[in-house]
Design a protein around this ligand. Structure first.
Ligand code: CA
Length: 371
């Protein structure tokens, strides 16, 4: 049973769901019969990402992951990173890992809603969990086992590997003073958030990050969300929009994922399996720390140097978006039994953690006071 702890964490509530590592018997045999041969073997892996190469935070996070695995394994497992489009197009990362074109991927689960809609719960849910709450649900609240179950039919193992923290609502060239102002709003906003906007009368548009600036500047769209100050400043979005709205109701703590081809992973010697999983967990925490540090520095630059008009979405607008979000999210629960199970686990955790947050984080931040 010890071997089943791999994908969990120390003390973890994240035991591996039965059967996910069906191929691990093979690894065990290889390990016990020829350990000496395996120790000197150098294994080469490809890591495909949904991000442009070296993109701040996201792409550099994938680079860190590869570097950590290389270093921790003493060069025995060498991971080479491919940016979006270098080996496969960004939206084919999951398929590439599934087919073994690459042994590993880095992306976000909501990109794979075409494979299974419930995957979106493991990246970001509108009015869902914050980064810390996502970590808690995944590692100690049963979320990780469900995530593995969702990806198991594809022969892919997910591991949490990054978090953006709370994102921004986005850049707008239209003032949002009421729910009415959302009507006809052409906005780049993917995933469940886009569906919510559509029900509020808006027009969600799918546009890749590299084309956002031009789309906003030419008026092809009225608004766009991207990530937060750090990434948004890098894209120069402040030069193309009048208002910068918060909070990011649609992405309150987006979890990024590493994808592992199950056959490739289970064929690794056991110590390398531990290294891969733990490197992902290191990057998971590191990226959130980086975003937290760099977002506040970038926000200062945006406001003080570029005179950005920072605005909070009105309560009435947020209330309406929350009602619609709950509707949209609950509908996924009805798709099939596993989706229902994920929804139930997620919703129960959100309710419980909110009661605790009310008297911990929220209570503390309120007494600490504003800036
Ligand atoms: Ca976003």
């Amino acid at each position: 049973m010890k071997r089943r702890d791999f994908l969990g964490t120390a003390g973890g509530g994240a035991l591996l769901a039965g059967g996910v590592l069906a191929g691990c018997q093979q690894t065990e045999t290889a390990n016990t019969t020829a350990p000496a041969a395996r120790v000197n073997e150098v294994i080469h892996w490809k890591l495909v990402t949904t991000w442009p190469r070296n993109f701040p935070g996201l792409g550099t996070g994938a680079n860190n992951l590869a570097r950590l695995i290389n270093e921790m394994s003493g060069g025995r497992l060498q991971v080479k990173v491919f940016g979006a489009g270098e080996l496969v197009p960004p939206m084919e990362v999951f398929g590439a890992v599934m087919q073994g074109i690459a042994e590993m991927g880095h992306g976000a689960a909501y990109y794979w809603k075409g494979k299974t809609e419930v995957a979106q719960f493991f990246a970001a849910v509108p009015f869902g969990l914050t980064a810390q709450e996502m970590n808690a649900w995944l590692l100690y609240g049963g979320g990780m086992e469900l995530w593995r179950e969702v990806y198991a039919p594809f022969g892919v193992i997910p591991v949490m590997a990054g978090n953006s923290g709370v994102q921004m609502a986005g850049w707008f060239n239209r003032e949002i003073n009421s729910v009415e102002d959302l009507r006809g709003l052409k906005m780049r906003i993917p995933g469940l958030g886009g569906e919510v906007l559509s029900r509020a009368g808006g027009v969600p548009v799918q546009i890749a990050g590299g084309e956002l600036f031009t789309a906003l500047q030419t008026g092809a769209i009225d608004a766009t969300e991207w990530v937060g100050p750090y990434n948004d400043l890098a894209l120069g979005l402040h030069k193309a929009a009048k208002y910068y709205y918060y909070p990011g109701w649609h992405e309150p703590g987006t979890t990024l994922e590493a994808l592992l081809n199950r056959d490739a992973f289970t064929a690794l010697p056991e110590d390398l399996q531990h290294i891969v999983i733990n490197a992902c967990h290191v990057v998971n925490g590191d990226m959130l720390a980086e975003y937290t540090a760099r977002n506040n520095a970038a926000l200062k630059t945006l406001v003080e140097e570029h005179g950005v008009d920072l605005r909070r979405l009105p309560d009435k607008v947020l209330e309406r978006l929350r009602e619609l979000s709950n509707e949209v999210v609950a509908e996924i629960a009805g798709k099939d039994a596993l989706s229902g199970k994920v929804y139930e686990s997620f919703s129960r955790f959100r309710e419980q953690v909110t009661a605790w947050d009310d008297i911990s984080e929220r209570a503390y931040l309120n007494v600490r006071g504003g800036s």
